[in-house]
Design a protein around this ligand. Structure first.
Ligand code: ADP
Ligand code: GLC
Length: 489
Protein backbone atom coordinates (compact mmCIF):
# COMPACT_ATOMS: atom_id res chain seq x y z
CA UNK A 1 0.00 0.00 0.00
CA UNK A 2 0.97 3.57 -0.59
CA UNK A 3 0.54 5.13 2.83
CA UNK A 4 0.89 8.75 3.86
CA UNK A 5 1.20 9.71 7.54
CA UNK A 6 0.39 13.34 8.34
CA UNK A 7 1.31 14.57 11.80
CA UNK A 8 2.19 17.82 13.58
CA UNK A 9 5.23 16.13 15.19
CA UNK A 10 7.39 13.08 14.64
CA UNK A 11 10.53 11.59 16.18
CA UNK A 12 13.41 12.06 15.79
CA UNK A 13 12.76 15.43 14.14
CA UNK A 14 10.19 17.15 16.34
CA UNK A 15 8.61 16.11 19.63
CA UNK A 16 6.59 17.48 22.49
CA UNK A 17 4.94 14.22 23.55
CA UNK A 18 4.03 10.65 22.74
CA UNK A 19 2.34 11.53 19.45
CA UNK A 20 5.81 12.07 17.98
CA UNK A 21 7.10 8.68 19.20
CA UNK A 22 4.06 6.93 17.83
CA UNK A 23 4.18 8.54 14.38
CA UNK A 24 7.92 7.91 14.11
CA UNK A 25 7.51 4.25 14.96
CA UNK A 26 4.40 3.79 12.82
CA UNK A 27 6.27 4.82 9.68
CA UNK A 28 9.20 2.50 10.42
CA UNK A 29 6.97 -0.47 11.23
CA UNK A 30 4.79 -0.07 8.14
CA UNK A 31 7.89 -0.06 5.96
CA UNK A 32 8.94 -3.34 7.62
CA UNK A 33 5.62 -4.82 6.47
CA UNK A 34 6.52 -3.87 2.89
CA UNK A 35 4.43 -0.71 2.47
CA UNK A 36 5.57 2.50 0.83
CA UNK A 37 5.31 5.22 3.44
CA UNK A 38 5.75 8.99 3.34
CA UNK A 39 5.48 10.97 6.55
CA UNK A 40 4.61 14.66 6.41
CA UNK A 41 5.20 17.10 9.26
CA UNK A 42 6.00 20.83 9.46
CA UNK A 43 9.50 22.11 8.83
CA UNK A 44 10.11 23.56 12.29
CA UNK A 45 13.33 25.30 13.27
CA UNK A 46 14.56 22.16 15.08
CA UNK A 47 14.24 20.06 11.90
CA UNK A 48 16.91 22.20 10.24
CA UNK A 49 19.55 20.72 12.60
CA UNK A 50 22.47 19.32 10.58
CA UNK A 51 22.15 15.89 12.21
CA UNK A 52 18.86 15.29 10.38
CA UNK A 53 20.32 16.00 6.95
CA UNK A 54 17.07 17.43 5.65
CA UNK A 55 17.46 18.78 2.12
CA UNK A 56 15.38 21.23 0.15
CA UNK A 57 13.74 19.24 -2.66
CA UNK A 58 13.32 22.43 -4.67
CA UNK A 59 9.58 21.65 -4.96
CA UNK A 60 7.29 24.55 -4.19
CA UNK A 61 3.52 24.56 -3.90
CA UNK A 62 1.34 27.62 -3.77
CA UNK A 63 -1.49 27.61 -1.27
CA UNK A 64 -4.29 30.14 -1.60
CA UNK A 65 -6.16 30.92 1.58
CA UNK A 66 -8.45 33.84 2.36
CA UNK A 67 -7.35 35.80 -0.71
CA UNK A 68 -3.66 35.41 0.13
CA UNK A 69 -1.02 33.21 -1.45
CA UNK A 70 1.48 31.29 0.66
CA UNK A 71 4.43 29.35 -0.67
CA UNK A 72 5.33 25.95 0.78
CA UNK A 73 8.91 24.74 0.53
CA UNK A 74 9.15 20.97 0.51
CA UNK A 75 12.08 19.55 2.46
CA UNK A 76 13.00 15.90 2.81
CA UNK A 77 15.02 13.45 4.86
CA UNK A 78 14.55 9.83 3.75
CA UNK A 79 10.85 8.97 3.86
CA UNK A 80 10.11 12.15 5.79
CA UNK A 81 8.77 15.21 4.04
CA UNK A 82 8.53 18.60 5.68
CA UNK A 83 6.29 21.49 4.80
CA UNK A 84 8.21 24.73 5.18
CA UNK A 85 7.02 28.30 5.58
CA UNK A 86 9.30 30.28 7.86
CA UNK A 87 6.77 32.74 9.22
CA UNK A 88 4.54 29.83 10.29
CA UNK A 89 6.96 27.25 11.59
CA UNK A 90 10.27 28.88 12.55
CA UNK A 91 9.08 29.86 16.02
CA UNK A 92 10.25 29.04 19.53
CA UNK A 93 7.61 26.34 19.98
CA UNK A 94 5.27 24.28 17.83
CA UNK A 95 1.87 25.32 19.08
CA UNK A 96 2.22 28.25 21.48
CA UNK A 97 4.30 29.92 24.14
CA UNK A 98 3.43 27.53 26.98
CA UNK A 99 0.52 29.50 28.40
CA UNK A 100 -1.20 30.57 25.18
CA UNK A 101 -1.61 28.99 21.75
CA UNK A 102 -0.37 30.92 18.74
CA UNK A 103 -3.19 33.09 17.42
CA UNK A 104 -2.80 31.92 13.82
CA UNK A 105 -2.84 28.16 14.53
CA UNK A 106 -5.91 27.65 12.35
CA UNK A 107 -4.12 29.23 9.40
CA UNK A 108 -0.81 27.48 10.12
CA UNK A 109 -2.29 24.00 10.23
CA UNK A 110 -4.72 24.54 7.37
CA UNK A 111 -1.73 25.62 5.33
CA UNK A 112 0.17 22.52 6.48
CA UNK A 113 -2.74 20.21 5.61
CA UNK A 114 -3.41 21.70 2.19
CA UNK A 115 0.27 21.89 1.30
CA UNK A 116 0.65 18.19 2.18
CA UNK A 117 -2.17 17.21 -0.18
CA UNK A 118 -0.95 19.52 -2.95
CA UNK A 119 2.56 18.08 -2.63
CA UNK A 120 1.19 14.57 -3.03
CA UNK A 121 -0.55 15.74 -6.19
CA UNK A 122 2.72 17.09 -7.59
CA UNK A 123 4.32 13.66 -6.92
CA UNK A 124 1.58 12.10 -9.06
CA UNK A 125 1.69 8.74 -7.30
CA UNK A 126 -1.75 7.38 -6.32
CA UNK A 127 -2.28 7.25 -2.59
CA UNK A 128 -4.14 4.42 -0.81
CA UNK A 129 -4.24 5.65 2.78
CA UNK A 130 -3.86 9.07 4.35
CA UNK A 131 -3.41 8.54 8.08
CA UNK A 132 -3.99 11.77 10.00
CA UNK A 133 -3.10 12.44 13.63
CA UNK A 134 -4.81 14.85 16.04
CA UNK A 135 -6.68 18.09 15.43
CA UNK A 136 -3.93 19.80 13.46
CA UNK A 137 -4.69 17.43 10.56
CA UNK A 138 -8.46 17.29 11.13
CA UNK A 139 -9.39 19.12 7.96
CA UNK A 140 -7.64 16.61 5.71
CA UNK A 141 -10.44 13.98 5.83
CA UNK A 142 -12.88 16.74 4.89
CA UNK A 143 -10.68 17.90 1.98
CA UNK A 144 -10.35 14.34 0.72
CA UNK A 145 -14.09 13.72 0.83
CA UNK A 146 -15.09 17.02 -0.73
CA UNK A 147 -12.46 19.15 -2.41
CA UNK A 148 -10.23 16.41 -3.82
CA UNK A 149 -12.79 13.69 -4.44
CA UNK A 150 -12.22 13.67 -8.19
CA UNK A 151 -8.51 14.30 -8.11
CA UNK A 152 -6.65 11.48 -9.87
CA UNK A 153 -3.96 11.11 -7.21
CA UNK A 154 -6.16 11.44 -4.16
CA UNK A 155 -9.59 10.11 -5.09
CA UNK A 156 -8.64 6.55 -4.15
CA UNK A 157 -7.25 7.58 -0.81
CA UNK A 158 -9.12 6.39 2.26
CA UNK A 159 -8.63 8.48 5.36
CA UNK A 160 -7.83 7.24 8.85
CA UNK A 161 -7.93 9.69 11.74
CA UNK A 162 -6.23 8.84 15.02
CA UNK A 163 -7.26 10.56 18.23
CA UNK A 164 -4.24 10.80 20.52
CA UNK A 165 -5.89 13.21 22.90
CA UNK A 166 -9.51 14.29 22.59
CA UNK A 167 -9.03 17.20 24.97
CA UNK A 168 -7.07 19.09 22.32
CA UNK A 169 -9.62 19.96 19.68
CA UNK A 170 -8.42 22.94 17.67
CA UNK A 171 -11.29 25.32 18.44
CA UNK A 172 -11.43 28.71 16.73
CA UNK A 173 -13.91 31.55 16.28
CA UNK A 174 -16.35 31.11 13.44
CA UNK A 175 -14.93 34.18 11.67
CA UNK A 176 -11.72 32.27 10.94
CA UNK A 177 -13.57 30.17 8.33
CA UNK A 178 -13.23 33.01 5.85
CA UNK A 179 -9.48 33.29 6.44
CA UNK A 180 -9.01 29.61 5.66
CA UNK A 181 -11.61 29.36 2.86
CA UNK A 182 -13.99 26.92 4.55
CA UNK A 183 -17.57 27.13 3.26
CA UNK A 184 -19.93 28.67 5.81
CA UNK A 185 -22.36 25.78 5.20
CA UNK A 186 -20.04 23.49 7.20
CA UNK A 187 -20.85 25.46 10.33
CA UNK A 188 -23.57 23.20 11.70
CA UNK A 189 -23.41 20.74 14.57
CA UNK A 190 -23.36 17.67 12.31
CA UNK A 191 -20.16 18.93 10.73
CA UNK A 192 -17.57 21.45 11.96
CA UNK A 193 -19.45 23.50 14.53
CA UNK A 194 -18.87 22.84 18.24
CA UNK A 195 -20.73 25.05 20.70
CA UNK A 196 -20.58 28.00 18.33
CA UNK A 197 -16.93 27.56 17.48
CA UNK A 198 -15.13 26.00 14.54
CA UNK A 199 -13.70 22.60 15.51
CA UNK A 200 -10.81 21.11 13.56
CA UNK A 201 -11.00 17.77 15.32
CA UNK A 202 -14.59 17.35 14.17
CA UNK A 203 -13.28 17.42 10.60
CA UNK A 204 -11.50 14.17 11.42
CA UNK A 205 -14.27 12.67 13.53
CA UNK A 206 -17.02 13.37 11.01
CA UNK A 207 -15.30 12.91 7.64
CA UNK A 208 -12.59 10.24 8.12
CA UNK A 209 -13.42 6.78 6.79
CA UNK A 210 -12.06 5.14 9.93
CA UNK A 211 -11.30 6.50 13.38
CA UNK A 212 -8.79 5.03 15.75
CA UNK A 213 -7.50 5.87 19.16
CA UNK A 214 -4.57 4.60 21.14
CA UNK A 215 -6.06 2.08 23.55
CA UNK A 216 -9.19 -0.01 23.77
CA UNK A 217 -10.17 1.49 27.11
CA UNK A 218 -9.88 5.08 25.86
CA UNK A 219 -11.98 4.20 22.79
CA UNK A 220 -14.78 3.29 25.22
CA UNK A 221 -14.17 6.12 27.69
CA UNK A 222 -14.50 8.82 25.03
CA UNK A 223 -17.97 7.62 24.13
CA UNK A 224 -19.09 8.57 27.63
CA UNK A 225 -19.81 12.09 28.89
CA UNK A 226 -17.15 11.95 31.63
CA UNK A 227 -14.33 11.61 29.12
CA UNK A 228 -15.90 12.57 25.79
CA UNK A 229 -15.00 16.28 26.10
CA UNK A 230 -18.41 17.16 24.63
CA UNK A 231 -17.82 14.96 21.58
CA UNK A 232 -19.21 11.73 23.04
CA UNK A 233 -22.35 11.75 20.88
CA UNK A 234 -20.30 12.29 17.70
CA UNK A 235 -18.19 9.30 18.69
CA UNK A 236 -21.15 7.16 19.67
CA UNK A 237 -22.58 7.72 16.20
CA UNK A 238 -19.36 6.48 14.70
CA UNK A 239 -18.70 3.66 17.12
CA UNK A 240 -18.79 1.07 14.34
CA UNK A 241 -15.84 2.86 12.71
CA UNK A 242 -13.90 3.56 15.90
CA UNK A 243 -11.07 1.21 16.92
CA UNK A 244 -8.75 1.23 19.91
CA UNK A 245 -5.24 0.08 19.00
CA UNK A 246 -2.69 0.24 21.77
CA UNK A 247 0.62 1.97 21.08
CA UNK A 248 3.81 -0.02 21.03
CA UNK A 249 7.37 0.83 22.01
CA UNK A 250 10.25 1.44 19.67
CA UNK A 251 12.86 -0.81 21.30
CA UNK A 252 15.55 0.69 19.04
CA UNK A 253 15.23 3.75 21.27
CA UNK A 254 14.07 2.26 24.58
CA UNK A 255 16.03 -0.81 25.61
CA UNK A 256 18.30 -0.96 28.68
CA UNK A 257 20.51 -3.55 26.97
CA UNK A 258 21.51 -1.15 24.18
CA UNK A 259 20.60 2.33 25.46
CA UNK A 260 23.44 4.75 24.71
CA UNK A 261 21.99 7.46 26.92
CA UNK A 262 22.42 5.62 30.22
CA UNK A 263 25.66 5.17 32.19
CA UNK A 264 25.43 1.36 32.33
CA UNK A 265 23.40 -1.09 30.29
CA UNK A 266 21.63 -4.06 31.89
CA UNK A 267 19.14 -6.83 31.28
CA UNK A 268 16.73 -9.07 33.17
CA UNK A 269 19.57 -11.59 33.56
CA UNK A 270 21.88 -9.09 35.19
CA UNK A 271 20.56 -6.04 37.00
CA UNK A 272 23.89 -4.66 38.20
CA UNK A 273 23.81 -1.90 35.57
CA UNK A 274 20.49 -0.70 36.94
CA UNK A 275 22.05 -0.14 40.34
CA UNK A 276 24.78 1.93 38.70
CA UNK A 277 22.14 3.95 36.87
CA UNK A 278 20.43 4.64 40.19
CA UNK A 279 23.69 5.89 41.68
CA UNK A 280 24.24 8.21 38.68
CA UNK A 281 20.67 9.45 38.86
CA UNK A 282 20.98 10.31 42.52
CA UNK A 283 24.32 11.97 41.93
CA UNK A 284 23.00 14.02 39.03
CA UNK A 285 20.03 15.19 41.07
CA UNK A 286 22.12 15.64 44.24
CA UNK A 287 19.93 13.29 46.23
CA UNK A 288 21.79 11.95 49.25
CA UNK A 289 20.49 9.26 51.57
CA UNK A 290 20.79 5.51 51.74
CA UNK A 291 21.16 3.69 48.41
CA UNK A 292 18.25 1.51 49.36
CA UNK A 293 15.68 4.33 49.64
CA UNK A 294 13.20 3.80 46.79
CA UNK A 295 13.35 6.43 44.06
CA UNK A 296 10.14 7.23 42.21
CA UNK A 297 10.59 8.86 38.80
CA UNK A 298 8.25 10.89 36.64
CA UNK A 299 8.90 12.37 33.18
CA UNK A 300 5.96 14.30 31.93
CA UNK A 301 4.38 17.31 30.35
CA UNK A 302 3.36 19.51 33.28
CA UNK A 303 -0.34 19.43 32.57
CA UNK A 304 -3.47 18.80 34.63
CA UNK A 305 -3.99 15.61 32.57
CA UNK A 306 -1.02 14.03 34.34
CA UNK A 307 -2.41 14.09 37.88
CA UNK A 308 -0.15 16.63 39.62
CA UNK A 309 -3.22 17.83 41.46
CA UNK A 310 -3.44 14.64 43.53
CA UNK A 311 0.29 14.64 44.14
CA UNK A 312 -0.12 18.11 45.65
CA UNK A 313 -3.13 17.02 47.69
CA UNK A 314 -1.19 13.96 48.91
CA UNK A 315 1.91 15.94 49.84
CA UNK A 316 1.67 15.49 53.62
CA UNK A 317 1.19 11.75 53.37
CA UNK A 318 3.86 11.27 50.73
CA UNK A 319 6.55 13.32 52.42
CA UNK A 320 6.30 11.15 55.53
CA UNK A 321 7.20 8.02 53.58
CA UNK A 322 10.75 6.68 53.20
CA UNK A 323 11.20 7.53 49.51
CA UNK A 324 12.60 10.07 47.08
CA UNK A 325 11.09 11.66 43.97
CA UNK A 326 12.72 12.76 40.75
CA UNK A 327 10.65 14.88 38.36
CA UNK A 328 11.46 15.97 34.81
CA UNK A 329 9.00 18.08 32.89
CA UNK A 330 7.92 21.33 31.35
CA UNK A 331 4.61 23.01 30.65
CA UNK A 332 2.22 24.74 33.04
CA UNK A 333 3.89 27.50 35.04
CA UNK A 334 1.57 26.79 37.96
CA UNK A 335 2.56 23.13 38.24
CA UNK A 336 6.20 24.11 37.78
CA UNK A 337 5.95 26.63 40.63
CA UNK A 338 4.42 23.99 42.90
CA UNK A 339 7.12 21.41 42.15
CA UNK A 340 9.89 23.97 42.60
CA UNK A 341 8.46 24.94 45.95
CA UNK A 342 8.14 21.28 46.96
CA UNK A 343 11.77 20.61 46.02
CA UNK A 344 12.84 23.69 48.02
CA UNK A 345 10.99 22.53 51.09
CA UNK A 346 12.10 18.88 50.84
CA UNK A 347 15.58 18.98 49.28
CA UNK A 348 16.44 15.48 50.57
CA UNK A 349 13.29 13.97 49.16
CA UNK A 350 12.40 15.79 45.96
CA UNK A 351 14.58 16.63 42.96
CA UNK A 352 13.44 18.39 39.86
CA UNK A 353 14.60 19.38 36.41
CA UNK A 354 12.43 21.78 34.47
CA UNK A 355 12.89 21.47 30.73
CA UNK A 356 12.95 18.89 28.02
CA UNK A 357 15.81 16.38 27.99
CA UNK A 358 15.91 13.09 26.13
CA UNK A 359 19.05 12.02 28.03
CA UNK A 360 17.55 12.71 31.48
CA UNK A 361 14.33 10.94 30.51
CA UNK A 362 16.36 7.79 29.82
CA UNK A 363 18.40 8.17 33.01
CA UNK A 364 15.20 8.49 35.07
CA UNK A 365 13.63 5.43 33.42
CA UNK A 366 16.77 3.40 34.12
CA UNK A 367 17.77 4.75 37.53
CA UNK A 368 14.40 4.87 39.31
CA UNK A 369 12.90 1.94 41.21
CA UNK A 370 9.32 2.99 40.55
CA UNK A 371 7.64 5.18 37.95
CA UNK A 372 4.59 7.28 38.71
CA UNK A 373 1.66 8.02 36.34
CA UNK A 374 -1.34 9.17 38.41
CA UNK A 375 -3.08 10.55 35.29
CA UNK A 376 -6.53 12.05 35.43
CA UNK A 377 -6.92 10.53 31.96
CA UNK A 378 -4.42 8.84 29.66
CA UNK A 379 -5.32 7.85 26.09
CA UNK A 380 -2.40 5.42 26.06
CA UNK A 381 0.74 6.71 27.74
CA UNK A 382 4.20 5.45 26.83
CA UNK A 383 6.32 5.77 29.93
CA UNK A 384 4.71 2.83 31.71
CA UNK A 385 5.80 0.68 28.75
CA UNK A 386 9.33 2.10 28.87
CA UNK A 387 9.34 1.53 32.62
CA UNK A 388 8.41 -2.15 32.25
CA UNK A 389 11.31 -2.65 29.86
CA UNK A 390 13.69 -0.90 32.29
CA UNK A 391 12.55 -2.92 35.33
CA UNK A 392 11.12 0.24 36.88
CA UNK A 393 7.78 -0.75 38.34
CA UNK A 394 4.90 1.50 37.25
CA UNK A 395 2.40 3.00 39.68
CA UNK A 396 -0.61 4.08 37.63
CA UNK A 397 -4.17 5.24 37.87
CA UNK A 398 -6.63 2.92 36.15
CA UNK A 399 -7.51 4.99 33.10
CA UNK A 400 -7.13 4.56 29.33
CA UNK A 401 -3.99 2.78 28.21
CA UNK A 402 -2.68 2.59 31.77
CA UNK A 403 -5.65 0.48 32.79
CA UNK A 404 -5.34 -1.73 29.69
CA UNK A 405 -1.67 -2.50 30.23
CA UNK A 406 -1.07 -2.63 33.97
CA UNK A 407 -2.32 -5.47 36.15
CA UNK A 408 -2.35 -4.62 39.82
CA UNK A 409 0.25 -6.53 41.83
CA UNK A 410 -1.16 -9.05 44.26
CA UNK A 411 1.22 -9.93 47.06
CA UNK A 412 -0.70 -13.09 47.93
CA UNK A 413 -0.60 -14.47 44.38
CA UNK A 414 2.65 -12.71 43.55
CA UNK A 415 1.24 -11.70 40.19
CA UNK A 416 0.75 -8.47 38.28
CA UNK A 417 3.09 -6.00 36.59
CA UNK A 418 2.63 -2.78 38.54
CA UNK A 419 0.58 -0.98 41.15
CA UNK A 420 -2.77 0.44 40.14
CA UNK A 421 -5.47 2.53 41.79
CA UNK A 422 -8.88 3.59 40.57
CA UNK A 423 -10.13 6.70 42.40
CA UNK A 424 -8.53 9.98 41.37
CA UNK A 425 -7.77 10.87 44.97
CA UNK A 426 -4.82 11.64 47.18
CA UNK A 427 -5.69 8.85 49.61
CA UNK A 428 -5.69 6.18 46.85
CA UNK A 429 -2.39 7.53 45.62
CA UNK A 430 -0.74 7.40 49.04
CA UNK A 431 -2.13 3.93 49.77
CA UNK A 432 -0.82 2.57 46.48
CA UNK A 433 2.62 4.10 46.85
CA UNK A 434 2.77 2.60 50.36
CA UNK A 435 1.98 -0.85 48.93
CA UNK A 436 4.71 -0.44 46.34
CA UNK A 437 7.42 0.66 48.74
CA UNK A 438 6.38 -1.99 51.20
CA UNK A 439 7.15 -4.70 48.65
CA UNK A 440 10.34 -2.93 47.61
CA UNK A 441 11.63 -2.56 51.16
CA UNK A 442 10.40 -5.75 52.82
CA UNK A 443 10.41 -8.48 50.20
CA UNK A 444 13.50 -8.11 48.04
CA UNK A 445 13.09 -11.52 46.51
CA UNK A 446 9.57 -10.86 45.21
CA UNK A 447 10.64 -7.39 44.12
CA UNK A 448 13.46 -8.68 41.96
CA UNK A 449 11.23 -11.40 40.54
CA UNK A 450 8.66 -8.77 39.62
CA UNK A 451 11.33 -6.58 38.01
CA UNK A 452 12.66 -9.42 35.94
CA UNK A 453 9.27 -10.60 34.78
CA UNK A 454 8.08 -7.14 33.65
CA UNK A 455 11.32 -6.61 31.73
CA UNK A 456 10.51 -9.64 29.62
CA UNK A 457 7.08 -8.38 28.53
CA UNK A 458 6.81 -7.72 24.83
CA UNK A 459 5.36 -4.26 24.22
CA UNK A 460 6.82 -3.87 20.74
CA UNK A 461 4.77 -2.69 17.78
CA UNK A 462 4.48 -6.15 16.30
CA UNK A 463 0.86 -6.88 17.24
CA UNK A 464 -0.47 -3.34 16.92
CA UNK A 465 1.05 -2.73 13.51
CA UNK A 466 -0.74 -5.80 12.20
CA UNK A 467 -4.00 -4.33 13.46
CA UNK A 468 -3.37 -1.08 11.57
CA UNK A 469 -2.47 -3.10 8.48
CA UNK A 470 -5.73 -5.04 8.70
CA UNK A 471 -7.73 -1.87 9.21
CA UNK A 472 -6.12 -0.16 6.22
CA UNK A 473 -7.03 -3.12 4.01
CA UNK A 474 -10.57 -3.12 5.29
CA UNK A 475 -11.07 0.59 4.72
CA UNK A 476 -9.60 0.47 1.22
CA UNK A 477 -12.02 -2.30 0.36
CA UNK A 478 -14.97 -0.35 1.71
CA UNK A 479 -13.97 2.96 0.18
CA UNK A 480 -16.88 3.87 -2.11
CA UNK A 481 -15.14 6.59 -4.07
CA UNK A 482 -12.13 4.47 -4.83
CA UNK A 483 -14.32 1.69 -6.22
CA UNK A 484 -16.31 4.03 -8.45
CA UNK A 485 -13.19 5.74 -9.72
CA UNK A 486 -11.43 2.49 -10.45
CA UNK A 487 -14.35 1.40 -12.58
CA UNK A 488 -14.12 4.68 -14.50
CA UNK A 489 -10.33 4.38 -15.03
P1 ADP B 1 1.86 12.61 26.31
O1 ADP B 1 1.97 12.37 24.86
O2 ADP B 1 0.46 12.80 26.79
O3 ADP B 1 2.76 13.68 26.78
P2 ADP B 1 3.03 9.94 26.59
O4 ADP B 1 3.27 9.12 27.81
O5 ADP B 1 2.33 9.29 25.48
O6 ADP B 1 2.32 11.27 27.07
O7 ADP B 1 4.40 10.38 25.97
C1 ADP B 1 5.26 11.30 26.54
C2 ADP B 1 6.60 11.20 25.85
O8 ADP B 1 7.29 12.43 26.00
C3 ADP B 1 7.48 10.15 26.44
O9 ADP B 1 8.36 9.66 25.44
C4 ADP B 1 8.26 10.93 27.51
O10 ADP B 1 9.47 10.33 27.85
C5 ADP B 1 8.47 12.23 26.78
N1 ADP B 1 8.62 13.43 27.63
C6 ADP B 1 7.66 14.13 28.26
N2 ADP B 1 8.18 15.17 28.92
C7 ADP B 1 9.52 15.13 28.70
C8 ADP B 1 10.63 15.95 29.10
N3 ADP B 1 10.46 17.00 29.88
N4 ADP B 1 11.85 15.59 28.67
C9 ADP B 1 12.04 14.51 27.89
N5 ADP B 1 11.04 13.71 27.48
C10 ADP B 1 9.80 14.02 27.86
C1 GLC C 1 -1.27 11.70 23.63
C2 GLC C 1 -1.74 11.08 24.92
C3 GLC C 1 -0.91 9.91 25.38
C4 GLC C 1 -0.56 9.00 24.22
C5 GLC C 1 0.11 9.80 23.12
C6 GLC C 1 0.50 8.95 21.93
O1 GLC C 1 -0.42 12.75 23.77
O2 GLC C 1 -1.85 12.03 25.94
O3 GLC C 1 -1.62 9.19 26.36
O4 GLC C 1 0.30 7.97 24.65
O5 GLC C 1 -0.77 10.79 22.66
O6 GLC C 1 -0.58 8.25 21.37
Amino acid sequence: MNIVIVTPEVTPFSKTGGLADVCGALGKELVKLGHRVKTFSPFYKCVKDEKFEAVDTGNRVEIHLGGKTFLAEIWRSGDHYFIGEESFFFRDAFYGDGEKDYKDNALRFTFFSKATLETLITFGEKVDIVHCHDWQTGLIPYYLKKEYKVNKVLRNAASVFTIHNLAYQGLFPRSIMETIDLPASLFNHHQLEFYDELSFIKGGLVFADILTTVSKKYSLEIQEAYMGCGLESVLQKRKGDLFGIINGVDYDDWNPETDKLIPATYSARDLRGKRRCKRSLKKYFKLSGHADLPVIGMVSRLDSQKGFEIIEAAENGLMKLPLQFVFLGSGSKKIQAYLEDLADRYPDKVALHIGYSEALAHLIEAGSDLYLMPSRYEPCGLNHFYSLKYGTIPIVRATGGLDDAIINYSSSRKSGNGFKFRAFSSSSLVKTIKRAIDLYSNDKESWEKLQKSVMLEDRSWEKSIKKYDKLYRKVIEKHPISKKCDQRD
